[in-house]
Design a protein around this ligand. Structure first.
Ligand code: OSB
Ligand code: MG
Length: 369
């Protein structure tokens, strides 16, 4: 399929409530939305970057410039025969994986829509439903946290992740565990601790957590391997795993027992599937993380999570957990068994609400071959 034109949109889509991690706060989704055009078909993608470089090095502005000046021109006019070719075309680009992923997703979606095949089928998915949970940000008080968690548990979420940081770790986790003794519970530190705080992290061992996500530095693997030897709870790496090689290194060093795969963090589905496969071969379970995506990125994540080694619930909540009004007309709703149904329509299955998209667009460019 020859890439004839690419549209890029910066958007600002407000969240229902601000989302706070150990290191930053998000008020709205600030992704770059991609539309590829070929032979009368369109493919959609999302680069789920934020305002500042707090999660990784990318921001909405860096992704915008990279996509517009470097990445989109590398695709324009190319006649692709498979979506995997996009990953190969971008291998000489250093970093900027979310910007790359936005375009790579759109290529998968384009091929899926052109061929009438779902993303799940294209990737080798084996599930019709994927288990999901909800990621709960840092709250003002333990009382407020218990109210928020109760809301999600009552809505049917059977797995909860708590954001933690020094001063907001053992006690909130204890409070949630005491109130819901059987809830599948995990925590995420977003790189805020150092190895000399291992004793504090080991105090979380008593709460029967599924995993402790990214306690140490965003680019560390070595100290995580040391920390894992001091904890009973499996460490799950998020930020540190930016490529299949990083996943292999982490597994070889014993730096984690679980991997969170975010296709956007690793440059797209081709890399995400490789990480899935090599983790599976090593007996390491994976789950699909989230970046508070719009319905476009969310549908893509659900497709990916249908692969067999996604054996833990993903951070892929129903659209209404994030937005009053998303930019798609077919939002996911939570099934009673804490799952989302995998789309069966062509491509990601997301149906974009063009009017709503226009209303939240802050910058727009159309690039032609
Ligand atoms: O570390 O998993 C993370 C959101 C933004 C950036 C990083 C993370 C998160 C989440 C939310 O935890 C996951 C989601 O519901 O999309
Ligand atoms: Mg995380």
């Amino acid at each position: 399929m020859r890439i004839e034109a690419i549209e890029l949109r910066r958007i600002r889509l407000p969240y229902r409530a601000p989302f706070e991690t150990s290191g930053w706060r998000e008020e709205a989704n600030h992704s770059v939305i991609v539309t590829l055009h070929s032979e009368g078909v369109v493919g959609w993608g999302e680069a789920p970057v934020g305002v500042g470089p707090w999660y990784n090095e990318e921001t909405q502005s860096t992704a915008w410039v990279m996509m517009r000046e470097i990445l989109a021109p590398m695709l324009l006019g190319r006649d692709l025969s498979r979506p995997e070719e996009v990953d190969a075309i971008f291998t000489r680009v250093r970093g900027n994986r979310m910007a790359r992923a936005g375009l790579e997703f759109a290529a998968w979606d384009l091929f899926g829509r052109a061929q009438g095949t779902s993303l799940s089928t294209m990737l080798g998915g084996t599930r019709q439903r994927v288990e999901v949970g909800v990621s709960v940000g840092v709250q003002e008080s333990i009382e407020a946290l218990l109210d928020v968690v109760a809301g999600y548990v009552n809505a049917g979420y059977q797995r909860v992740k708590l954001k933690i940081k020094p001063g907001w770790d053992v006690e909130p986790t204890r409070a949630v565990r005491e109130r819901w003794p059987d809830l599948r519970l995990q925590v995420d530190a977003n790189s805020i601790y150092t190895l000399d705080q291992a004793d504090q992290l080991a105090r979380l061992d008593e709460f029967d957590l599924l995993l402790i996500e990214q306690p140490l530095a965003h680019d560390d693997i070595i100290d995580h391997a040391k920390l894992q030897r001091l904890l009973r709870t499996p460490i799950c790496l998020d930020e540190s795993i930016v490529s299949p090689d990083h996943a292999r290194w982490a597994i070889e060093l014993g730096a984690c027992g679980v991997i969170n795969i975010k296709p956007s963090r690793v440059g797209g589905f081709t890399a995400a599937r490789r990480i899935h496969d090599l983790a599976q071969a090593a007996g390491i379970p994976v789950w699909c993380g989230g970046m508070l995506e719009t319905g476009i990125g969310r549908a893509a994540n659900v497709g990916l999570a249908s692969l067999p080694n996604f054996s833990l619930p993903g951070d892929i909540s129903a659209n209404d957990r994030y937005f009053h009004q998303d930019i798609v007309t077919n939002p996911f709703t939570l099934n009673p068994d804490s799952t989302l149904s995998v789309p069966t329509g062509p491509g990601s299955g997301a149906e974009v609400d063009l009017e709503r998209l226009a209303a939240v667009t802050t910058d727009y460019v159309m690039l032609r071959a």
